[in-house]
Design a protein around this ligand. Structure first.
Ligand code: ATP
Ligand code: MG
Length: 774
């Protein structure tokens, strides 16, 4: 038997070697589910299954790339090129490019991202004359998205009194009409949103048996990772495709189902045995990722959930360090603790930044962590925020490019028709939209025929519209001969976009210009990369497709060494030696919005289980007693999850008796205890030596006076730098720059009255304020 099979334990070998037919692997975190999937594909190929006949669905495109790479190592690169592997969205977008024409979509259809969808919905709400405070576009978009994920078409909606009643009760009786309009407009624009990629695939496979048969015949082996988080739409696609050959292999962990708020349905796992005959059921129990402490602690948490499949996860790895819990007074201090601790680990063990991850429940928590990491000169990267491709200037360039491929694309057109400004005002655009709706055509088509229709648009404006059409058409002609880079560069210049940002002259404008340059570099890279591939053209449409479906994780080339910051949801499937889970507080984690029912709370607990099981060597859990939320400082309570971990596996760095066990090396340095040779050995970060915030004498004296024997980390001093005086210039993390007018009070009551540059005068309690003296 092939040697790579020996890189698996016996329990893993069984599903890898399983003969044809359906099989399911249900197993806890870190037990090798993804590895089994990867090796099974390699094994199938080695047994002579044609790569063309294998379809693998993963949670991120990055995971797909990594799997492909591993498989290439085993069976050889050229073979893996023909595998269809990626997220549901990217795989089925590809399928719709081939066969979406049967549903009336052009093969060059645009993919609307969430922002495009929301903008379109906002304008439909406006055009319909509805109250935008009642019909909030984000909520409406969410509602429509949930319909689509449950395969509720417009027609089905209007046939469902319950749904209609629910919307009427919520004082939004026109939801169905908005839905109808939205679908029509997307169709007319030749556009699909993310949900459509699944919905339309389902429609295609249901309405066209010959198409279904073609893909059933093609995808003889189907494999799905993270099966617990598939939604109804995804479930149906998999079922339809697997129906003929029944060679379906799914792996998952019910304890890690964390997307039910987006329609993921855990019963897909529970019903698998009902859906297919003679299912091979496999369990994996040995965890290879984490220390005993982490595995056992995670087991003790998930055991509190009533709703779960029985699992026994163990590891042969070392005990490892206890899970460390840290309490701080403010979120800024929490950030400093994390930064200090990462810095210490790096110093002591010569580790790269990429070995650390900071995980949080909501994106807004990242700011305090970022501030602290920046002060320590520790490079980091935030995942899942606004992705590069969603930045304003990037979307502007991309919108022009999208128009080249699909001039019907309404959102792209509206975005750039008057940017850079060319004297086409909102009234004109409104008239075009009305005409487009009236004639059932796209806005671009109306513009092409502007001389023939009477829209009460004056002659000079008409000329501007015609110029715009001519410009887009000239790009289209160029696109037939040039590669994507040459075209994109031409477009950025010719449209005046580059100049627009250049002449702006502000640092922001310059940054935007640089981002456009970065985009062009990216396109160049893409074109070069495509040249090596036989079946790719390096064309613009391929580039746009990649971009439309790129997630932040996908842009991670793994080349740069940075601490990873991301929400727990995004961290699913990943692993890091050191993991910090911050904001372990009631109302935040578990989230205040998910504590109403047992099932919601159980999902939060699963999320905690996912978070903790990302750690290989060491996990930290931190919470703070005060936190800014919704612009207010609130008292925070420690999360109930902290108490739920079996205390055998936990060490409290900040017990309530006032002791303080965490001593950063930075403190040790202040107190002259550090081994200086270690400091010198430290690898420079990005070429610069790590900066150590050296407190000034007054701070030091103060520290010693408070508790000479228990050195608090420098980061714990909440009183502001004593240099703060009347007249000092300061920077506040939320209010911006200001000048201190007055200081009063002592100790915990010390306050400063500050006039901020934006006009307000505020009195701030220094103990809690996030101030920086400039
Ligand atoms: P998750 O539930 O978090 O997605 P998983 O079950 O998919 O986890 P993997 O990511 O496949 O687990 O494996 C976890 C880690 O253990 C990986 O680093 C993997 O390479 C390693 N691993 C898995 N099986 C073995 C094995 N038999 N020998 C050595 N290492 C293994
Ligand atoms: Mg996995």
């Amino acid at each position: 038997m092939s040697s790579f099979i020996d890189e698996l334990n016996d329990a893993q070998k069984a599903p890898v070697l399983h003969k044809d037919g359906p099989l399911m692997v249900i197993a806890g975190a870190g037990s090798g589910k993804t590895r089994v999937l990867t090796y099974r594909i390699a094994y199938l190929m080695e047994q002579g299954v044609d790569a063309f006949n294998i379809l693998a669905l993963t949670f991120t495109n990055k995971a797909a790339r990594e799997m492909k790479k591993r498989i290439s190592d085993i069976v050889g690169v050229s073979e893996t090129k023909n595998l269809w592997m990626g997220t549901f969205h990217s795989v089925f977008a590809k399928l719709l490019r081939y066969d979406g024409d049967k549903l009336g979509f052009p093969s060059n259809f645009t993919i609307y991202d969430t922002q495009d969808s929301q903008r379109l919905i906002a304008s439909i709400i406006k055009e319909m004359g509805l109250d935008k405070d009642i019909y909030k576009y984000k909520q409406v978009q969410n509602r429509i998205s949930s319909f689509k994920n449950s395969l509720i078409t417009v027609k089905a909606y209007f046939n469902n009194p319950e749904l209609m009643e629910a919307d009427a009760m919520a004082k939004r009786p026109r939801i169905g009409d908005i839905y109808q309009n939205y679908v029509d407009r997307c169709f007319k624009a030749g556009a699909m949103d993310f949900d459509d990629l699944l919905l339309r695939t389902n429609e295609l496979l249901t309405r066209f048996p010959d198409v279904l048969l073609k893909y059933q015949d093609r995808f003889r082996y189907i494999l799905v990772d993270e099966y617990q988080d598939t939604n109804h739409s995804q479930y149906l696609i998999v079922r339809a495709l697997a129906d003929r050959f029944q060679n379906i292999c799914v792996v998952g962990d019910d304890a890690q189902s964390i997307y039910s708020f987006r329609g993921a349905n855990i019963s897909n796992i529970l019903n698998f045995q009902r859906d297919y005959d003679n299912v091979g059921m496999y369990r994996l129990e040995q965890n290879y990722r984490s220390t005993k402490n982490i595995v056992n602690a995670a087991n003790s948490i998930i055991a509190k959930n009533k709703n779960q499949l029985e699992k026994n996860v163990w590891t042969a790895n070392d005990d490892g360090a206890a899970i460390k819990i840290h309490r701080s007074i403010t979120d800024a201090e929490e950030g400093r603790f994390v930064a200090n601790s990462i810095w210490d680990h790096k110093m002591q063990h010569q580790m790269g930044n990429g070995e650390f991850a900071v995980l949080y429940r909501t994106n807004s928590q990242s700011r305090a962590i970022e501030d602290a990491l920046r002060k320590r000169d520790i490079p980091y990267r935030i995942y899942g925020g606004l992705s590069f491709y969603q930045r304003k200037e990037i979307k502007d360039v991309l919108s022009y490019l999208r128009l080249v491929i699909n001039p019907k694309d309404e959102e792209a057109l509206k975005r750039v028709i008057n940017f850079p400004a060319r004297g086409i005002g909102q009234t004109t655009i409104d008239k075009l939209v009305v005409a487009a709706n009236h004639y059932g055509r796209s806005i671009f088509e109306v513009m092409e025929n502007i001389s023939k229709i009477d829209l009460k648009i004056n002659a000079p404006t008409k000329r501007k519209l015609e110029d715009f059409v001519t410009m887009v058409k000239s790009f289209q002609i160029m696109n037939e001969g040039a590669d994507a880079f040459t075209l994109a560069e031409h477009v950025a210049k010719k449209t005046g976009l580059l100049l627009e940002f250049k002449k702006d002259g502000t640092p922001e404008g310059i940054a935007r210009m640089e981002n456009i340059e970065e985009l062009l570099n990216g396109i160049k890279d893409f074109v070069e990369g495509q040249k090596e591939l036989a079946d790719a053209t390096g064309g613009l449409s391929e580039f746009l497709e990649d971009v439309a479906l790129a997630t932040d994780l996908d842009n991670d080339t793994g080349d740069d060494d940075r601490v990873a910051l991301m929400t727990i949801h995004l961290a699913k499937g990943l692993e890091f030696p050191y993991v910090y889970i911050v904001g372990m507080e009631e109302d935040l984690f578990p989230s205040g919005m998910s504590m109403n029912t047992r099932s919601e709370l159980e999902e939060e607990r699963r999320l905690f289980y996912v978070a903790l099981t990302r750690a290989e060597k060491q996990a930290y859990l931190t919470y703070t007693q005060n936190r800014y939320r919704w612009g207010k400082l609130i008292d925070a309570e420690p999360s109930r999850f902290l108490e739920e971990i079996d205390e055998k596996y936990v060490e409290n760095l900040t017990p309530l008796d006032g002791g303080y066990r965490y001593k950063s090396m930075i403190d040790a340095n202040i107190f002259g205890e550090v081994d200086k040779s270690k400091l010198r050995q430290t690898k420079p970060v990005n070429g610069t030596p790590p900066s150590i915030d050296r407190p000034n004498m007054t701070q030091l004296q103060k520290l010693r006076k408070i508790k000479p024997e228990l050195s608090q980390p420098v980061g714990n001093i909440n009183t502001i730098d004593p240099n703060l005086a009347e007249g000092s210039l300061v920077n506040h993390s939320r209010f911006g720059r200001g000048k201190v007018l007055k200081i009063e009070g002592v100790g915990n009551d010390r306050k400063a009255e500050i006039k901020f540059d934006h006009g307000d005068v505020k009195k701030l309690l220094l103990r809690f304020s996030k101030l920086e003296v400039l």
